[in-house]
Design a protein around this ligand. Structure first.
Ligand code: DHB
Ligand code: FE
Length: 255
């Protein structure tokens, strides 16, 4: 690891120094930047800040080595594999989210040649219809809007749920101030469904699916913008169908 640090950190420091010189950074700028970082530390927003600006870049770098379905950011709300109960037809929803399911998530998990992978595991999680994550926000029971499907012999899966909505990352602290006030950007992510697909001998993929035509698609505050993961609009019997397929590639041997 120290070899890796010696490889990366001097370049990182040099890049920052170049930016400082390019913009004639003053002691006042320097002090303001220091105070910003202290505020980030004191509000516990370090993961929010770093993820908003840099997580998607690591994903892009990793995707350059992928032949199958592309990865996307995981986000902070996975909750660990134990939180995912096997479901067969439905992600459980809160009793107060009245009405029938208005979304079906379905698709197939295959290898790179399109052969079905039976017994693959797909963990899914998404926000409530009011943009909250169970197990994280408002004491919502973590069993809601989360679940695991195991693919059948034809590699397929299908579950119903209720539509998520766009999600606003925490914006009351320094990250929101930077994005919204100083950079004049916004703190919204398009509505999305998170996935983690796994199968024996195959490389895992963590990604997200987005809704064609949805607000903030292509203008994500987290800079994901994987338009290949935007699912075309399909409505069957008034229900939005999200067709999400996964082509898994063989696992890479760990060095
Ligand atoms: C954040 C939240 C998410 O649900 C997500 O998918 C990505 C990022 C966040 O709060 O930073
Ligand atoms: Fe999310």
């Amino acid at each position: 690891m120290s070899a890796r640090v010696q490889q990366v950190v001097p370049d990182l420091v040099e890049a920052i120094r170049d930016v400082m010189k390019k913009h004639d950074v003053t002691f006042q700028d320097y002090g303001a930047a220091m105070q910003f970082l202290i505020n980030v530390q004191e509000t516990g927003e370090l993961p929010v800040l770093v993820d908003a600006f840099f997580n998607a870049t690591v994903v892009d770098i990793e995707n350059a080595t992928r032949k199958g379905t592309k990865a996307d950011i995981q986000g902070p709300y996975y909750l660990g594999a134990d939180a995912y109960n096997v479901v067969t037809d439905k992600l459980p929803h809160r009793p107060e989210d009245a009405g029938a399911p208005d979304m079906i998530i379905r698709g197939r998990i295959t290898d790179l040649d399109g052969n079905p992978i039976a017994g693959a595991t797909l963990d899914m999680w998404h926000s409530t219809p009011d943009g909250l994550y169970s197990g994280i926000h408002d004491n919502i029971d973590p069993k809601f809007y989360r679940g695991r499907v195991i693919t059948g012999a034809d590699g397929s899966y299908s579950v119903s749920s209720k539509l998520p909505v766009p999600y606003q990352i925490p914006n009351s602290g320094p990250t929101g101030l930077l994005l919204e006030k100083y950079l004049e950007r916004h703190s919204w992510r398009p509505a999305h469904i998170h996935f983690w697909a796994r199968a024996d001998g195959q490389r895992d993929v963590v990604n997200q699916a987005y809704f064609e035509g949805g607000d903030w698609v292509g203008d994500d505050c987290c800079d994901t913008d994987h338009l290949d993961l935007v699912v075309p609009e399909l409505i069957e019997n008034g229900v939005r169908v999200m067709e999400v397929n996964f082509a898994l590639e063989p696992a890479v041997a760990m060095a």
